[in-house]
Write a protein that binds this ligand. Structure first.
Ligand code: ACM
Length: 674
């Protein structure tokens, strides 16, 4: 019998006093009660299903045992010990089907679970396999090391999601993402209970799915990098095993240059077309007025819908600039004849035709918010990316919607920014409960203009975990410090899923260091934060052929060590600050020899000098703070100016190390003025 010591409920996130007791879980469950004692996780640990079981659950138990083995380094028994009822972790699944006729995950299925851990064993209860999968992930996150070895604290958890649609969109067109990249990100998604993989399979820069009906799509539109139909089926099965739905996106009628290379007759202006190499919006768009366009898309969708069992199918629909349509007299004549209002009217007509095709194949259409229009069929799902207002508008007009505005990971915003975006906040606050219920959740979006197979994991993780929590946990779970503490812990757990967001850092820095010891480069990289899409697009001329092997590509979107130092600065933890400032102050002398005769590091010389100057300034600030002597006014204002200069991004990174020094300098200036 568990005796609750501390009841951590939905108000937990705001309750400062209980935060220290919070288990390192992300997303935070609806209800957590901790109790005295702990369950050892050692070589005798085993897991088994004691109720319903099936292939999906059995393979999940095997994966779970292997995963906990990786986390602990201790070999562990896979599922099915001789007597399942004596397993350390017993999984009682009722085997409720995930949906009518659904074998795999389905929208709105029961994902709840209860987990009880006591010193003599643990029990996981769930109605569905999906719920059991979530509970296993929670258990894996709870495994911690302590003096006596690995264990899970005694705990009682009751959990279910706030939103049923919790996705990650991955762009595999701008840069090619091989199957193993998709697999490892699916494993990481499952670890934080994301349940929709939105696969952006085509765009101007690449058509990434094999079509047998129209093979020139991938033959001429992909540079040879595409998923075979076997790959597509494999990924769908891999995701299904992990409780994740796959929603494919074929972006039409714009963003289609890669289609038009092999099939220029689909376009609204004569070709030839070539694969897009640069970013932005191209003029190429399918001709919405020709019957042949719909014949092609009918056959294409007939083929593709067979490969993807989920009922939802994404047609993109974003950013049609209308230039080709405006310049074509026959398209303009068609618009006039059919009473269609310009580009908008033509796209609505196109969408309606596509929606009928999808319905024929049993699919429900999803589109970016440009598809929103009064004549849209009621079951369409609108994905809001240009702002939260379109989500509320869609919901008020009877459409279901998902939020991505505010969840663009490729902008490399801090996790706290994404965490503060709530699908039911902003314009959605004015909705009636019925309207609000049409908001299904949201999706983190990873566009790949500035990410490739090597760097993409570090652009997704761990920040996507903060979005996962926003979509799963009660909305009152909103304490940013608690989020960061747990996200950093879960970031390390994620490593054992195989995702390479941390693992790629060292090798990328080693490559930059060109055979010399990379340590001073690492000190600099730890002090910097990479910039995202907007600033990078303005910094230099990029294309898909520009290598992503520079300092900015290795640098993280958010620096853990700088965040720790900001906390040290707010507590004036002199010892911790002095240690780091001393390291920075001495780093440039070690960095400059590394940068000598190194094409990739030469650009960083001034940045490295600034980091050392920051370290020296920080040390001097500490001297004033310790001695309680006022700093000279002129020095303070000169330093303030220097810090403002250093805060300006360079080399497509921000010198994040300025922030803690600025906190201290401001503190010092305040003391002087008191
Ligand atoms: C989009 O970001 N163009 C959907």
């Amino acid at each position: 019998m568990l005796r609750p010591l501390l009841v951590l409920t939905v108000v937990w996130g705001a309750a400062q006093t209980t935060r220290a007791a919070a288990p390192p879980l992300m997303p935070l469950p609806v209800k957590v009660e901790t109790a005295p004692g702990k369950l050892a996780v050692d070589g005798s640990f085993s897991v088994a299903a004691t109720g319903y079981t099936d292939l999906r659950l059995e393979s999940a138990l095997n994966r779970f045992a292997a995963r906990v083995s990786r986390q602990t380094g201790i070999p562990m028994l896979a599922a099915r010990p001789p007597d399942a009822s004596r397993a350390t972790l017993r999984v009682e699944c009722a085997g409720v089907p995930s949906g009518p006729g659904a074998e795999g995950p389905s929208l709105g299925e029961d994902e709840s679970y209860r987990l009880d851990v006591a010193p003599d064993g643990a029990r996981l209860k769930a109605a569905t396999v999906a719920g059991a999968l979530h509970g296993l992930e929670t258990f894996a996150q709870l495994v911690v090391a302590a003096a006596e070895g690995f264990h899970v604290p005694a705990i009682h958890i009751e959990d279910s999601p706030r939103f049923p649609w919790r996705g990650l969109m991955l762009d595999v067109s701008r840069h090619w993402m091989p199957v193993e990249v998709v697999e490892r990100n699916l494993d990481a998604m499952a670890a934080v209970k994301l349940n929709v993989f939105h696969w952006h399979l085509s765009d101007d820069q690449g058509f990434r799915a094999e079509s047998r009906r129209f093979p020139r799509l991938q033959q001429l539109g992909s540079d040879g990098s595409f998923y075979t139909q076997a790959d597509l089926r494999h990924v769908v099965a891999y995701a299904r095993d992990r409780g994740i739905r796959v929603v494919p996106e074929f972006d039409i009628p714009g963003h289609t240059n890669s289609w038009l290379v092999g099939y220029p007759e689909l376009a609204s202006a004569p070709g030839p077309y070539s694969i897009g190499r640069t970013w932005g919006v191209y003029d190429g768009a399918m001709d919405p007025t020709r019957e042949e366009t719909y014949e092609f898309l009918d056959a294409f969708l007939g083929e593709m819908t067979q490969l993807f069992p989920d009922p939802y199918f994404h047609i993109g629909g974003d950013e049609v600039n209308g230039r080709q349509w405006g310049q074509s007299s026959s398209i303009q004549a068609f618009a006039k004849e059919h009473n269609l209002d310009g580009t908008r009217g033509l796209q609505v007509y196109f969408n309606q035709r596509i929606q009928k095709l999808l319905r024929k194949y049993g699919k429900i259409m999803v589109g970016w918010d440009e598809v929103l229009h009064p004549d849209l069929p009621a079951d369409t799902v609108v994905q809001s990316w240009r702002g939260q207002a379109s989500l509320a508008e869609a919901a008020s007009k009877g459409y279901r919607g998902i939020l991505s505005a505010g969840y663009y990971l490729d902008h490399l915003s801090p996790a706290s920014y994404h965490y503060g975006i709530d699908p039911l906040a902003d314009a959605a606050q004015k909705l009636t409960p019925e309207e609000a219920s049409r908001i299904l959740g949201g999706e983190a979006c990873m566009w790949a203009e500035y990410a490739n197979a090597e760097t993409v994991d570090s652009r997704i993780w761990p920040r996507a975990a903060a979005i996962a929590e926003r979509l799963w946990s009660p909305k009152e779970v909103a304490d940013v410090d608690s989020m960061y503490e747990r996200m950093e812990a879960v970031s390390r757990v994620l490593e054992w899923t195989g995702v390479e967001h941390r693992a790629n850092y060292g090798p990328m820095l080693d490559r930059l260091a060109a055979g010399r010891l990379a340590e001073p480069l690492r000190v600099l990289a730890d002090a910097c934060e990479a910039q995202g899409l907007g600033p990078r697009s303005r910094a230099m001329k990029y294309s898909s052929l520009v290598p992503l092997n520079r300092f900015v590509d290795a640098a993280r979107p958010e620096s853990e060590s700088v965040r720790a130092l900001e906390q040290a600065a707010s507590k004036v933890d002199i010892a911790q600050l002095r240690e780091q400032f001393t390291r920075w102050a001495g780093n440039d002398a070690r960095f400059q020899p590394l940068a000598k005769d190194n094409a990739l590091l030469a650009e960083l010389k001034p940045l490295s000098q600034d980091l050392s100057a920051l370290g020296s300034a920080g040390l001097r600030i500490l001297t004033y703070l310790e001695s309680r002597r006022p700093a000279p006014k002129a020095w303070l204002s000169q330093q303030a100016k220097e810090l403002a200069r250093m805060l300006k991004p360079r080399n497509e990174v921000v010198l994040a190390a300025v922030r803690p020094v600025k906190l201290l300098l401001d503190d010092l200036a305040r003391r002087r003025n008191r």
